[in-house]
Design a protein around this ligand. Structure first.
Ligand SMILES: Cc1cc2nc3c(=O)[nH]c(=O)nc-3n(C[C@H](O)[C@H](O)[C@H](O)COP(=O)(O)OP(=O)(O)OC[C@H]3O[C@@H](n4cnc5c(N)ncnc54)[C@H](O)[C@@H]3O)c2cc1C
Length: 391
């Protein structure tokens, strides 16, 4: 079956952007395509904020407005309402990173609970996202993953992490929402997988609440998916999986080389793509048991998901498949999918300008390093600018 190519429609993709916004996005992606500029810009942004120089306005009007919804939940309301009018839901993500103490972890939990309440009031934002290491110390996740014995104090600390996880999952369950739990580095991920599975056993019995994430750049993930599916069937819980390729490739490979163990990452991009496709096919083959949140900016993967849905007679609106992209990226995928009726969501990072700078720098660097991504965004923006000029 030939899948209809819908992502070329730039009129739908950029319907929410004014002429000025289109030119600004074009300018930004052009800048991000320049690796030297990104490197210097990242350094200057960090330094200027540390020194208290007045650069907040500049950052806010450029990268921040492209990739973030606002400083607070309330600031994001106009953005999420605009998206929702075109059929795109929002996943609000408080993008403050690098917190390391118990007060911060409790604050992160409280923020998630506030977001659950926000989602109850604002139907435009009905999915919650959370990152395991926002709720507890990375080193402790790692120690659990390595199955090293914990000291008494560490055991208490771990129990606080479990409690925070449980509090968020329970509140999500009671609110009848979904929470998508991010996957991170392999050397802490087993502990996260185990804890997410425990949450699924608690809160995914009668309906789906908790989604784990499969990083398909890991060659072991399809086997993991199959065994997890078996356990879900035997223990009677529903499985929700966000499938992504994975964000920590360089770090993973470097650590494996440095420490002399086999890399957990697929040998090349084609192998990652194969794992992604295999995982997607397996999930859709078992769509009565497993729901998918397809988190990708890859057009081929998105077309594959659409094609598999059609082959399984799943309508675009079938709740067992959702698509997701980051705010500010791949609008041609999000808005064209939504226009055709597919369940689509944008992940909307938000937070004070100063605090989200590390996130913005990662986005800028990713757009420099992801092969072809910037070029694709630029050519689509140019196409739309030209179309509007001629129409
Ligand atoms: C909604 C959403 C949620 C996300 N959540 C998470 C998360 O919880 N955890 C997480 O880790 N990431 C997450 N990501 C990021 C994601 O993992 C990818 O880094 C990003 O989306 C780029 O992959 P792609 O499928 O969009 O595009 P593509 O451009 O097709 O793929 C790029 C990806 O392919 C892989 N790759 C590139 N080169 C090679 C190579 N030489 N060998 C092997 N593999 C290679 C890498 O994973 C790289 O990021 C999320 C992304 C989205 C959109």
């Amino acid at each position: 079956m030939q899948q209809e190519k819908i992502f070329e429609n730039t009129e739908i993709a950029f319907a929410l952007k004014s002429r000025k916004e289109l030119s600004k996005a074009h300018f930004l992606f052009r800048m991000m395509g320049n690796a030297t500029l990104v490197k210097i810009g990242a350094f200057l942004a960090k330094k200027s904020l540390q020194l208290g120089l007045p650069v907040k306005g500049l950052i806010k009007n450029t990268l921040y407005s492209q990739f973030c919804g606002g400083e607070t939940e309330q600031d994001c309301i106009p953005v999420i309402k605009r998206l929702y009018k075109t059929g795109v839901s929002s996943i609000m993500d408080f993008s403050v990173e690098g917190k390391t103490n118990e007060t911060d972890f409790d604050a992160a939990m409280d923020k998630k609970l506030a977001l659950i309440n926000f989602a109850l009031i604002n139907k435009e934002s009905s999915i919650i996202a959370m990152k395991p290491t926002a709720l507890g110390r990375f080193a402790l996740w790692q120690k659990k993953t390595e199955k090293k014995p914990l000291t008494e104090t560490e055991q208490e600390e771990w129990e606080r992490i479990v409690k925070r996880f449980d509090t968020i999952c329970k509140a999500t369950y009671e609110a009848k929402l979904w929470v998508l739990i991010d996957a991170e580095e392999t050397w802490m991920q087993d502990a996260a997988d185990d804890l997410v599975e425990l949450m699924m056993k608690r809160y995914n019995k009668e309906r789906l609440t908790v989604y784990n994430t499969l990083q398909c750049y890991r060659w072991d993930r399809v086997d993991y998916l199959k065994t997890l599916h078996e356990r879900a069937k035997s223990d009677g819980f529903k499985l929700g999986l966000k499938i992504v390729r994975g964000a920590y490739m360089e770090k993973e490979r470097a650590r494996a080389v440095e420490m002399g163990y086999p890399s957990p990452i697929c040998e090349n991009k084609a192998a990652t793509d194969r794992t992604f496709n295999d995982a997607l096919s397996y999930i859709l083959d078992h769509n009565e048991d497993i729901s998918a949140f397809v988190g990708t900016h890859n057009e081929t993967s998105s077309y594959l998901a659409m094609q598999l849905m059609a082959e399984k007679n799943l309508t675009p609106r079938n709740n067992s498949v959702w698509f997701g992209q980051l705010y500010g990226m791949s609008d041609h995928i999000s808005f064209n999918l939504a226009k055709k009726g597919y369940n689509t969501a944008k992940l909307i990072p938000f937070g004070p300008v100063k605090e989200v700078v590390p996130y913005l720098i990662r986005r800028a660097k990713e757009n420099t390093s992801v092969m072809g991504q910037t070029g694709r965004e630029l050519s689509l923006l140019s196409k739309e600018m030209k179309r509007r000029k001629n129409s």
